[in-house]
Design a protein around this ligand. Structure first.
Ligand SMILES: Nc1nc2c(ncn2[C@@H]2O[C@H](COP(=O)(O)OP(=O)(O)OP(=O)(O)O)[C@@H](O)[C@H]2O)c(=O)[nH]1
Ligand SMILES: [Mg+2]
Length: 297
């Protein structure tokens, strides 16, 4: 029997959702950061075998905010929980259930869908804390399975989670061709890799006012090299100065770090041409937010 289905991963910011999808697919599709709210839209990762096809969906972290950018990010969570087969609810050592997460747990319950709980980052927890988190979540939703793990340290997390998801899936068709691991475009993943370096290199709030859009991407066969021109969109002049840094030091470092990952991802040499553009107040304008966080490439 061939099994298939859509597995939506949800949870508060920073719990390890993007780490999980990368681990499951075995490729870096989604960016990860020590800072919360790294993911801005859903990212699809497809896992194929002779016996199954699972489409994992990474989502932005659930949090309450009245900012326009956050509400557009939230709309992607709503969409991912509209139609799915199994929900993978992730929590970390903080084990928080706020109003917003509870709303989504109720949605899973109302839709009568199966759910798995993953308690991640057990390397940072005592046994008592794990038990406390487990009891809290179990009181809100009837989980088919509760997995305690550390996605960055445990050797068998991947296998355990796949087995658990498969137990929740039914017979189904192959939705996508065998040879694709994601429905995201190469350009989108490239722009996200660059944004990850900004997220992890530039302090505090500024990365939340930045977007990255690939403007041009060409493969030059004679040199076995990708030429990539990308725009780093900032909101203010002062942010532009910080991204560029003293004598261009910051943008050079972002470029260096991004190029290493891009060469790994594209399996060729990369020439990266980064430009910084100011788009006054883009995080407050819905049209611009949609254009920048999910560009039509
Ligand atoms: N100590 C520890 N850190 C972990 C573990 N799993 C993930 N992390 C770290 O937690 C941080 C957040 O991981 P992400 O995968 O970006 O989290 P996320 O849930 O996608 O976050 P958002 O996209 O912001 O919602 C990263 O720095 C990860 O390396 C773990 O098992 N133990
Ligand atoms: Mg994420």
């Amino acid at each position: 029997m061939f099994k298939s289905g859509f597995a939506t991963i949800i949870g508060k910011p920073n719990v390890g959702k993007s780490t999980l999808i990368n681990l499951l697919i075995g490729e870096k599709l989604a960016i990860t950061s020590y800072k919360p709210q790294a993911t801005r839209k859903t990212v699809f990762g497809i896992l194929n075998s002779d016996e199954y096809q699972i489409i994992f969906i990474d989502t932005p972290g659930i949090h309450i905010s009245n900012k326009r950018l956050d509400s557009v990010m939230g709309s992607y969570i709503d969409k991912a929980l509209d139609d799915f087969d199994v929900a993978i609810v992730l929590t970390d050592n903080q084990g928080i259930i706020d109003e917003q997460l509870e709303f989504y747990l109720n949605k899973i319950k109302e839709k009568n869908k199966k759910a798995i709980l993953i308690i991640n980052k057990i390397d940072l927890m005592t046994k008592e804390k794990i038990k406390e988190i487990k009891e809290l979540f179990a009181s809100k939703l009837d989980f088919k399975d509760i997995i305690e793990t550390s996605l960055t340290n445990s050797k068998d997390a991947r296998k355990t989670i796949i087995t658990s998801v498969l137990n929740c899936l039914n017979e189904g068709p192959k939705y996508y061709e065998d040879d694709i691991i994601s429905t995201e475009t190469e350009r989108f993943i490239v722009s996200e890799i660059i944004r990850e370096k900004i997220m992890n290199s530039i302090a505090k709030e500024i990365p939340y006012h930045i977007a990255v859009v690939v403007d041009e991407m060409k493969y030059r066969k004679e040199k076995d090299l990708h030429y990539i021109k990308a725009n780093i969109i900032v909101e203010r002049r002062s942010h532009k100065m910080i991204v560029i840094g003293e004598r261009g030091k910051m943008i050079k470092e972002i470029g260096r770090l991004a190029r290493m990952d891009l060469e790994n991802f594209l399996k060729t040499k990369v020439f990266l041409d980064l430009w910084v553009k100011i788009r006054e107040g883009w995080t407050k304008k819905e049209m611009l937010i949609k254009e920048y966080i999910n560009p039509k490439y």
